[in-house]
Design a protein. Sequence first.
Length: 588
Amino acid sequence: GYVDDAREQFEQMPERDGGSWNAVITACSRNEVHDEVFRMFRRMNRDGIRATETSFAGVLKSCGLVLDLRLLRQLHCAVMKQGFSGNVDLETSIVDVYGKCRVMGDARRVFDEIENASDVSWNVIVRRYLEMGFNDAAVVMFFKMLELNVRPLNHTVSSAILACSRSMALDVGIVIHAIAVKLKFLPDTIVSTSIFDMYVKCGRLESARRVFDQTESKDLKSWTSAMSGYAMSGITREARELFDLMPERNVISWNAMLGGYVRAGEWDEALEFLALMRKEMEDIDNVTLVWILNVCSGVSDVQMGKQAHGFIYRHGYDTNVIVANALLDMYAKCGTFRSANNLFRQMSELRDEVSWNALLTGLARVGRSEQALSFFEGMQLETKPSKYTLATLLAGCANIPALNLGKATHGFLIRNGYDIDVVVRGAMVDMYSKCRCLDYAIQVFKEAATRDLILWNSIIRGCCRNGRCREVFELFMLMEDEGVKPDHVTFLGILHACIREGHVELGFKYFSSMSTKYLILPQVEHYDCMVELYCKYGCLHQLEEFLLLMPFDPTIQMLTRIHAACKSYRWEKLGAWAAKRINEWSSP
């Protein structure tokens, strides 16, 4: 109503100056009427009215929300032509929108041209690098900002810490923690929460708890954030300890704790917690119901699922597509396909691609190949399956494994002229390799017109899974020759191949090259592979040296493996240390 009134008044004006154009463009932008923003901006230019900083800001904001890269390039040129090249706010907005459009090369070029980048400018470039997954670049820009004596915003510090957390760069994160303390950021909840999460993800639970305990003013949000951090990382014991200590709780707290049990697959604890929820929890929401249905699926308790279904129906939650899809998924995972089909038919006005996927994967999981393919063909009458649906069906075939259904799906795609892009092709390679038909997988891989990183990773994993590890190393060299840069997943496949073949020195060489040659920071899984490699082949002296270099404490899985290896090879000192650490993990 407000926008319509503003436009009506604007159209009735006998004369319009720059101020009136700015006002209507700003009103449309604030109310996210993006098409009208662009239309008004074009009319303004046709009428010969020079755009101001305000009008450009409004149009750039809308451009960033609709992610129109072509329009952004036009606006960028217009900003430069009309003499705003020194306007830090506009240039920062252009950097921001390039980043949102995932064109970080252009974003960085514009950023480097800003003469006196503000703290907001630096925050934008760090945040956009982070969102693109360029964690190392985000950290580099953060330190460059400090070198130029620009004080970071709290969000910039938080983004840099989060980048360290995602890349498991604990050493760098500790340095940023110290900087945050020096710059007096730690009273800030955003910064302290990100530091807490980093220590949790890197396995430094004592450090994480110390950060939380040192937080001066703990409100409900900070308690919930800390507890959720533990729960989301699968560290449910510490999460529950904080949950029990919380002075007050809300629905988010309860959901986070239940979600933690579900993610960790701790079904007994989840059931016990559900009983507590029924006694003490007053309000529930859609998220609560989805987690409850996940518990029903996890313990294969269809009766409890039906009770939840009754509650959902009585309280009107069945009109929420997320809840309805979770309910459908529960019936499919429990193998109750009559109930699943009835619900699916009732969802005729509500169902989406996730609904179809839930039933498809459920049918594939229990080996009902013909029914799954028939269901898939019926899907064509209502909607065209996306590449994600096709990949989901193939993944379902891979996980059973169901080779006949996988081949039938492959044939269906060819007969119906589907474009088998890299996503579907990667799922197909994965399916054939898991069904022990590696030659088919290699053929599908070779037929690809373009081979992206995901496809390379699929075939490398497939060769390793089928024991053809020499081909893993050959594929890696061929991948490099084609100019495809490896990632964390690639090296997991290579390290697993080294484990199977007993290549200890070669494994360490590949592990070291991750950070030295490819600038990839190894994650917990890569360290776990190296621990397994050393333990399996009795290289316990090298293992001791390796453990000293680890940037985080060994996980319980690593400690268990180390203890078993030391027992087999009679390596007493390290074995005693591992046993002590295991006891510390298991003690309440």
